[in-house]
Design a protein around this ligand. Structure first.
Ligand code: ZN
Length: 64
């Protein structure tokens, strides 16, 4: 199960979700873009905005 699917159990419509992913070895933040499956699930749950970290650990905002 992906982290996004887990958090959707607690999310309310209109919520913003933040997704962070860390490399196992260095714990540096890395690409955490939700996959298509999770994105569809978040849209169905009424989530309006997702923030995720890119390869360099910077935040990307995705409006759904
Ligand atoms: Zn996913």
């Amino acid at each position: 199960m992906h982290a996004e699917m887990n958090v959707l159990r607690f999310a309310q419509p209109g919520d913003e979700i933040e997704v962070m992913r860390f490399k196992k070895c260095t714990h540096a933040m890395t690409m955490a873009k939700p996959c298509n499956h999770c994105t569809q699930a978040m849209i169905s749950a009424g989530i309006k905005r997702v923030k995720y970290t890119d390869w360099s650990g910077k935040w990307i905002i995705m409006n759904l």
